[in-house]
Each structure stands twice: as structure tokens, then as C-alpha cells.
Design a protein around this ligand. Sequence first.
Ligand code: ADP
Length: 540
Amino acid sequence: MLGLMQDWPLLIHRIIDHAARQHGTREVVSRSVEGPIHRTTYAEVQKRSLKVAQRLARDGIQHGDRVATLAWNTWRHLEAWYGICGTGAIYHTVNPRLFPDQIAWIINHAEDRILLLDLTFVPLVEALAERLPTIERYVILTDAAHMPATKLKNAVAYEDWLAQADGDFRWAELDERTAAGLCYTSGTTGNPKGVLYSHRSNVLHSMALANPDAFNLSSRTAILPVVPLFHANSWSLAFSAPMMGAKLVMPGAKLDGASIYELLETEHCTATAGVPTVWLSLLQYVQNEKKTFSSLEYLLVGGSAAPRALIAAFEAMGINVVHAWGMTEMSPVGSLGAIKESVKDLAPDAILDLKAKQGFAPFGVEMKITNDANEDLPWDGKTFGRLKVAGCSVTSSYFRVDEKVLDDKGFFDTGDVATIDANGYMQITDRAKDVIKSGGEWISSIELENLAVGHPDVAEAAVIGVAHPKWDERPLLVIVPKPGTHPTRESLIAYMTGKIAKWWMPDDVQFVSEIPHTATGKINKLRLRDEFADYKLPEV
Ligand code: ADP
């Protein structure tokens, strides 16, 4: 027997309609790409996204078509997302930090028909345009006064394009499983792969993340997502913030410590979200300039492992740091490290250890660790295994790739290696391809990196495995010193001694001025291994 409740499809435009009705005067504040701070409200964003939808329909965009965006976090990008998926089309966020060849490859793979782009990216796109045959029109996210002279096909200033619509438009009527968004993973090996979100998966994911043990959003929150809309759905914030009526503060193109600090303060932000490198630069800024935070209560960190020392530094300023883990394939959040009742009375040091773990799964995500035979491993906080997930916002396959990605129990292999403890807290010990295999045992590169960045002279640390005749592989620690300091191999080894098992100790330490990063801000181990391809361990 079926229930007798209404069938109310979970559609993304319902979020912005709700925000306009219930939180219509709540602000969306952006640092515009043109420079000045721009202020609008959810009521205005909703009106303008209806115009975007109407205007796209007039340009011939139909259900299932892909419309790309190459843009920073601003109000225009936000209303474009709602407008695009409100017509039944698909927003495709292109990551400008990818190599130009990869950008061309994914736009062609997606067969995007329109590209909306920020002023910043006009030169990049002009250089690529010849290789983008599917794009029929370029919409530059600016007004007539700032519109550059460009030969891009059918180029128009967004504000002029939008002014040709009156907003008298009805959102498309769609099945909630309709595709809404497309985001490619950076594909450190092979071609990027497209993850195709549905209206339903995005709405459910956002509802789960709004909760107190997740992003803790309410109509009193003011949140600054440093995490870009082009990086895995900006961790849901373009949906979960309006859903709850939280004020959104969009940082535009300026993501340095000083600019982020300024916006956090002037807009009285209570929460913010971003990757560890962003928080390292903010921390350096506040420490050097002797600044304090007057309103910030909640800081989300994820995308790569947050070092314990980073968490401790913000916690010491009275800010609750929550460490999250996820991936593009999971919409993207898979776990968050709120403090459960069962652990709340631990000593402060043990709480910090726990916060350095990646947390527990929210409702909607099932998680397990398995061995190579796909048998479940115990949740004892010690046994490492392949981390596998299932859930309502987890991918079931990639866009236009004919390849099975789920195991026979319907679980997706994240490519990460992790432990899970008796309280359900998961800890990533490595990516399966980065783990160091020494004498048949595994050494976690992440754990060594997190430890090394606690050394006072270390700005960044990376660990890679290098070939060893007896042990197969041994860890090499690569260090970027803090400006003006000269740490030594001996001081690092001394600092790490006693904090890890003896056989985990790196065999050598090398100092470099820079460690390579991927387009999503992670340490690029592949390139780092290339850079050290000719390196030999001292004793070898
Ligand atoms: P990419 O396109 O770079 O793969 P994703 O954001 O999808 O981008 O990357 C997901 C991966 O990032 C995860 O599988 C995991 O290895 C890593 N990751 C994300 N968050 C964390 C975290 N908090 N700690 C450790 N690793 C993380």
C-alpha cells in the first residue's frame, strides 16, 4: 500500500522560491569581479534567476542541455545556477584552475551550448574558443560599462542579456530525478570524469548538511563560502544557505588571507568554509597582523586533510573547527567531525585528535571499510581498509562513460584508505595510490604530513614513497620552510621522534621552495613523484 501524502518533487528552484518567500530580505553580499561590494537579497536573486531561465529558453536552451559557467562566487553565478536548472537544463561548473587543454576537453565532452564567464576568464576563453565548437554564445558576467571588446561568438554582457527578459516565467515541471548539475573531477590520471547531480540528490544533500552536526545553518547564520561554486557544488552552500535563510557572503576572485579576513569582519560572518590552504593563509595573515575575529564561530575545513596544528590554532581563538571529508562523486560531503555525546567529555587534547579525523557520516551516507576481498573490516580505529560509500547523493556512474563503478553491493569505492573507530569517526589514512607500502605494511603519508606541519618552521609538508631495495618503498618527507626560517633534517626527525612508530620515520627530508598543487588545491603527488624521480635515499 502506498502512503497518501502529496508527491512534492524535490526540485532545486523550490529552494530559491522558499528563500524569497520566507527570507526575502536576507542578504547576498559579493565582492564583485569589477571591484566594489555588491548587495542583493534572496527576493531579488529569485526574480533574476527567473529572468535567466526565461532568457535561456529564448536562446533555445532545452531540457537536458548543458550550460557552462566559468566563474567566481558572486550573486550572478548563484542566480545563473538557479536559472539554468529551473529551465530543466544542467549547470556545468568548469574549474578555471584546470589546464586549458582539460577545460577544452570537458566543455567538448559535455557539449555545452552556452558559456557564462567572468571578466577574469575572457583572455583564457578567447585563446580556447576555436576549439569549442559546441558553444553558440558567450555571456560575460558583467554590465555594459565593463564589457570588454571581444570577438567571442555572440558575446553579450550578462546584464544586457538579462534586461531582455521580464521574469514572467514558470519554472519547468520536472521529475525530481532530472539532471541538474555537472561537475568533472580533476582526474589527476586519465581524462576528467563528469559527475551528474540530480535535483533530488542536491536537495537531499543540502537538507542533510544544513543540520547542527553538519554546517549548522539557520536564518541567523551569515556564511562565507570560500569554497568555489566550481569545486564540487561549493559543498552544497548555494542551496543549503538559501534553504535556511542564512546570509551568503561571496568572496568573488579575492581569496587571499587579507581579503577574506576583511569580508568576514565587515559582513559579521558567523561561519565560513574552505580548503586547508585557504585557512593556512588566513591564519598567517591574522598572526602577522595581530588581528582577532569578532563574529566568526564556525569554520569548516575539508577537501584535503586539515592538519591538527591548523585546527588547534583556530580553536585557540574560540572558533569551532569542523573537519569534513568528501568528493565530487558524493555531492560532495561524506562525513563531518561534530562532537558526539559519547566523546564530549574527553580531555581537550583527545578532542583535538578527534577533530583531526574526518568525522562521521550524516544521514543519507552509508560508509564501510573493506579488504581486497570486499569483506567488511572492524570499526576499531586501527584497521585500515578501502573506504566505500552508498547513499542518496552518491554517484552511480559517470557521465557518458560506460564503466561500472559500484560493487555488487551497490557501494562506490572512494579510492581512499581509512580507519573507522567504535564511535563511527572515520580517519583517512591515505589515498589508495599514495599510501607507502613498506615491508608489506602500509604507512600513511597524510599522518606524516600532518605531524610535520606542526614543526614551527614548516609551511607545508608532503610525503611520497621512494623505491627501496629491501623494503619496497620508504617515506621521503618534502618540506617548504616558513619564510625566513632554515629547518634542518635533524630538527624534523627529532620533532617527529616519539610521535609515530619507529618504522614510519621518513628516511630522508628534502627542502623545496614550492610543492605542486592540483586544480582543487590538493598536493599533486603525481607531479611531486615526477620531480623526485631521480632521487635516491641516502643509504641506498
Ligand atoms: P579531485 O577532483 O581533486 O579528485 P575531489 O574534491 O573530488 O577532487 O577530491 C576528493 C578527494 O579529496 C577524496 O577522495 C580524498 O582523498 C580527498 N579529501 C577530501 N577531503 C579530505 C579530508 N578532509 N581529509 C583528507 N582527504 C580529503
